[in-house]
Design a protein around this ligand. Structure first.
Ligand SMILES: Cc1cc2nc3c(=O)[nH]c(=O)nc-3n(C[C@H](O)[C@H](O)[C@H](O)COP(=O)(O)OP(=O)(O)OC[C@H]3O[C@@H](n4cnc5c(N)ncnc54)[C@H](O)[C@@H]3O)c2cc1C
Length: 455
């Protein structure tokens, strides 16, 4: 049994959020124990997650800076300046995410990032317990039951508060639901994903432009590739579950090869193990998880994917989970009653989680269907001009989400107004020269107040 202590936390899950929160709290002198169902990745080698690399943006980097983890993580990160769009005819075009190299996102290796954060948590004084899968919780007695899946052994641990950082399939959430109705709803997307790999070139270098997130948009489906610092790319194909093409019709490696030859021809020579990877990697499901409540008084609270899993199309799930960690740490360190801290955390973060979940769903349509559409490209051009004409007032959607730390809910609200302005001002036009600047500027001034970032 762990000792009961006013400043003690029991974190379930030593993934990305669990390890970061443990570091933030242990640094402040809290007694932190983290229980993880898998083995220690530093000993066994990383067993893999749902995606091999992740896009890290400003929100995530800011949280890493709070834990002094940014330098170690950035040492292995690969810069992505924008989207490299691959057309059906093989032409490519780089669409920058920001104004220059100060506005970029970074590709980081999930396993390496996890290991960096685990080391920092341990150095900060957190205790890490692997092979401990949360199985059940007696909230009245304050006892959590863990199972070691190697021998089915049971371990009962006393707790003051449980923090659920155990991901989308959270066992803590399931245990909380047995105690209290959290108002859970999961919306599965009718699309899934499959991971493939582009290896290094024969000379050991990257096969394609490394400093970009590659996209092959094809209407109802798409392929993307993110660089890894070992000169490979992780390729992810997103496809409907049913239809042509769909996961139900593309079954074998040969079917996959035929699809790639037809729709992603320039990628075929880059993925030599396409057939075998297709057959050995199972498709991953995609879903959005909504909960009305994230906590039970002072005894348990959820964060990260356990509270608000989202589809990956804005590359913000981890970034949002890291923001959660900083927010929860701040509420706990403010010295209020634990139940109040959990309630304040939920009040602060729930509207923002809902907003980024919504924007992530919207972004799928943008990535797979719009990035090569002339109307969309003209709107992007106008967006950049309006940013220059109205600095601090008209700020591109992607910039607000990825390079700033304003609440996601505010970014969503302003993005919706901006989208209306962009659509109205370019309707029926084919070039920026045709824009009615007077009317457009007036719309911007009327509908958008200047924004103070505070970031
Ligand atoms: C295909 C794909 C691509 C993505 N790309 C991006 C991206 O580019 N950028 C981005 O920001 N986000 C991205 N995400 C989202 C990101 O992966 C998640 O938001 C992030 O991993 C959430 O972190 P977490 O710590 O909450 O959960 P996880 O990272 O899932 O960690 C949960 C941990 O809890 C452990 N655990 C689970 N159950 C138990 C239990 N019963 N007992 C003990 N331990 C348990 C797990 O083993 C794991 O270590 C992507 C997701 C997917 C699916």
């Amino acid at each position: 049994m762990t000792q009961r202590n006013e400043k003690s936390l029991t974190i379930i899950g030593a993934g990305l959020a669990g390890a970061l929160l443990a570091t933030l709290m242990a640094r402040q002198g809290w007694q932190v124990a983290v229980y993880e169902k898998r083995g220690d990745p530093r000993v066994k080698g990383y067993e893999g997650g749902r995606s091999i690399n992740l896009a890290l943006a400003e929100r995530g980097r800011h949280a890493l800076r709070q834990a002094n983890a940014d330098d170690a993580v950035m040492a292995q990160a690969v810069m992505m300046r924008g989207r490299m769009v691959h057309s059906l005819d093989g032409r490519t075009q780089l669409q920058r995410y920001g104004r220059d190299d100060s506005e970029v996102i970074w590709s980081v290796h999930r396993g390496d990032l996890n290991i960096t954060l685990l080391n920092l948590a341990e150095q900060a004084g957190a205790s890490l317990c692997f092979h401990r899968r949360l199985d059940d919780v007696d909230f009245d007695a304050g006892v959590a039951r863990f199972v070691d899946d190697r021998d089915d052994g049971h371990h009962d641990i006393g707790f003051e508060s449980l923090i659920g950082a155990d991901g989308a399939g959270s066992s803590l959430r399931a245990a909380m639901m047995r105690n209290t109705d959290l108002g859970e709803r999961t919306d599965f997307l009718d699309h899934s994903y499959k991971e493939l790999e582009i290896p290094p070139a024969a000379d050991g270098d990257f096969m394609i432009e490394p400093n970009a997130l590659h996209i092959w948009p094809r209407g109802h489906y798409m392929c993307i590739a993110l660089p890894n610092d070992e000169k490979t790319f992780t390729v992810t194909l997103f496809l409907p579950n049913h239809g042509d093409p769909g996961f139900d019709s593309i079954r074998s490696g040969d079917d996959a090869m035929a699809l790639f030859q037809r729709d992603f021809a320039d990628a075929v020579p880059l993925i030599p193990r396409l057939r075998s990877d297709w057959e050995s990697n199972p498709p991953g499901l995609l879903a959005t998880l909504y909960l009305d409540r994230w906590h039970i008084d002072s005894r348990a609270v959820l964060l990260g994917d356990a509270a608000h899993a989202m589809v990956p199309f804005h590359g913000q799930g981890m970034n949002c989970a890291f923001e959660d960690c900083v927010a929860l740490a701040n509420h706990l360190l403010a010295g209020t009653d634990r139940a109040q801290a959990f309630a304040a955390f939920e009040r602060q973060r729930q509207p923002d989680a809902r907003a980024i979940q919504h924007m992530a769903l919207e972004n799928y349509l943008e990535m797979r269907d719009k990035v090569d559409n002339p109307d969309f490209l003209l709107q992007r051009e106008l967006e950049r001009s309006l940013q220059e004409r109205h600095p601090g007032r008209f700020i591109p959607h992607y910039t607000m989400v990825s390079f700033m730390r304003i609440p996601y809910s505010l970014a969503l609200q302003r993005s919706e107004i901006q989208r209306e302005i962009l659509v109205e001002s370019t309707r029926g036009l084919s070039s920026l020269h045709q824009v009615d600047w007077q009317a457009t500027d007036a719309r911007v001034r009327e509908r958008l107040s200047p924004l103070a970032d505070g970031a």
